[in-house]
Design a protein around this ligand. Structure first.
Ligand code: G3P
Length: 516
């Protein structure tokens, strides 16, 4: 029986492919991972090679089927989840990219978004839930149209397709298949509402590309953009084509799930109720709060975004706070300061002291994201005394991640006018017990860590599986979630607020530091 779901999680540093069974558990041997190259052509520019990403995806798919000994017939559907905002442009006739992928971290379009901020801030915020920033896809497409010779002509002739990474992967999976939603585009040229909502071209309320924004972002032809669809597609975005014949022994598998990785993580954490919130602790932190059918207009510098959709024309929304540097600060302790040799060493070091002795560390290495949005903030360590040692610095770095998370959660609570119940944690740095205990303490809220830590790929599995009835309802999926560990707040309120006000004072000193 076909009841397993294969998931492609195409992230910023690498691609992970996994197979899940009907209990939402990864099958034995059913995962593979490959990194891809990070290309930095100029300071502030970040690119990926789309062909390399696709090749590594294929390698991982083959490896996962070989290792797990799962037969193609057992795969009911494929789910895709991805680094968001990153843009690919390719020629559908040849499958060749027309430029490298411009990655979400790339800052080259700052002059474009500065201009948009001055003239069109309200319009963009009202329609998309986003603030003009190089982070999002729209300005990257405009840059491509203005800088790649002949691209505008190609777009006019249907010889250039744009898409986020999910679109690129799904197009390749379904390339040459007769059975897709866009038969005239050489493959399924689709995206889901959650990915589309990160482009700055998508109307959050109408759940469609917005003609006024397409004009503003360089006169983008709507035909060159993917078809926006629900995150779980009952009739499939398309079926796999000859490109993946080698992987599935000629079997055509439906692609039925697609969501941006941060949205997929909240789905994998079964954050289906309004007010449910998760924080993914990676290189940075991404915190999402389910706001149900409402687009909550943040008054506290958060973004509104589509969480997921199970039905055309309908969506569940989320508030999002993105923090750029959290786990990356631990890497900096390791590679920059050489205070530790490997990242996990930070935990015992931080645990060897009960407090930082008044030390604060603000990891504003590339400015500060939500809720400060200050590109000129810079990192600082403050409160150093003769008694300060390695362990205090290690602890201050761990604590800074929890403080930054509280900053975002407080902004969310102000926006929804209530307190959050529980914080669900996932991502690499969520393995740290000392971090999650301090997180619970500084929030005064219980923090839960799930048994299956790969919540991003699990979320995409659930979305794909819902479409083919591996799971029938959200309630059925909800029952599959298990906590691996629960961290209860242990700190008294007086100490908590004293520590937090010290943090706010430290952040204040970091703001605007690099401004001429
Ligand atoms: O918005 C960017 C985010 O989707 C990237 O996630 O895990 O690939 O770094 P990740």
């Amino acid at each position: 029986m076909s009841e397993k779901i294969l998931v492609i999680d195409q992230g910023t540093t690498g691609t992970r492919v996994a197979i899940y069974d009907e209990e939402g558990k990864p099958v034995q041997g059913g995962w593979a991972y490959r990194e891809h190259s990070q290309i930095f052509p100029k300071p502030g520019w970040v690119e990926h090679n789309p062909l390399e990403i696709w090749e590594k995806t294929l390698i991982c798919m083959k490896e996962v089927l070989d290792r797990s000994r799962i037969r193609a017939e057992e795969i009911a559907a494929i789910g895709v989840t991805n680094q968001r905002e990153t843009v690919v442009v390719w020629d559908p006739r040849t499958g060749q990219p027309l430029y490298n992928a411009i990655v979400w971290q790339d800052r080259r379009t700052a002059p474009i978004t500065d201009e948009l901020r001055r003239g069109h801030f309200e319009l963009i915020y009202e329609k998309t839930g986003l603030v003009p920033d190089p982070y999002f896809s729209g300005s990257k497409i405009r840059w491509l149209l203005e800088n790649i010779p002949g691209l505008r002509d190609k777009m006019g002739k249907g010889e250039a397709l744009f898409g986020t990474i999910d679109s690129w992967i799904i197009w390749n999976l379904t390339r040459g298949s007769p059975n897709t939603l866009t038969p005239d585009k050489g493959g399924a040229h689709v995206t889901d509402y959650s990915n589309a909502s990160r482009t700055m071209l998508f109307n959050l309320h109408k759940l469609d590309w917005d003609p006024e924004l397409l004009e503003l972002l360089g006169g983008i032809d709507v035909e060159s953009l993917p078809l926006p669809r629900p995150s779980s597609e009952r009739d499939a975005y398309g079926y796999t084509g000859p490109e993946v014949n080698g992987v599935f022994n000629g079997k055509s598998v439906p692609v039925t799930g697609d969501a941006g990785d941060q949205q997929a993580a909240l789905f994998g954490q079964v954050g289906f109720d309004e007010g449910d919130v998760k924080s993914t602790y990676g290189t940075g932190n991404f915190i999402l709060l389910n706001t149900g059918k409402n687009v909550v207009k943040s008054k506290n510098n958060l973004l509104s975004t589509v969480f997921y959709s199970l039905e055309p024309g309908k969506a569940t929304y989320a508030l999002e706070g993105s923090i750029f540097i959290t786990g990356a600060a631990i890497q900096w302790l390791r590679d920059g300061l050489k205070l530790i040799e490997v990242s996990p060493e930070i935990d015992p070091l931080a645990e060897s002291t009960d407090d930082t002795g008044g030390l604060y560390f603000v990891p504003a290495f590339t400015g500060l994201g939500a809720p400060y949005w200050d590109p000129y903030a810079r990192g600082l360590i403050i409160g150093i005394t003769r008694g300060t040692s390695r362990k205090h610095i290690a602890r201050a770095v761990i604590e800074s991640i929890a403080y930054l998370t509280r900053d975002v959660i407080e902004a969310m609570e102000k926006d929804i006018g209530g307190r959050i119940r529980i914080l669900k944690a996932d991502g690499g740095a969520a393995k740290s017990n000392v971090l999650l205990q301090f997180q619970a303490d500084i929030l005064g809220v219980e923090v839960q860590r799930p048994l299956i830590s790969e919540t991003t790929s699990l979320g995409a599995a659930y979305l794909a599986g819902l479409a083919v009835d591996v799971w029938e309802s959200l309630d059925e999926i909800r029952k599959l979630w298990r906590a691996e560990r629960v961290f209860k707040p242990q700190m008294d309120a007086g100490r908590r607020e004293k520590l937090y006000s010290g943090w706010r004072a430290a952040v204040k000193r970091s703001l605007g530091w690099a401004k001429e």
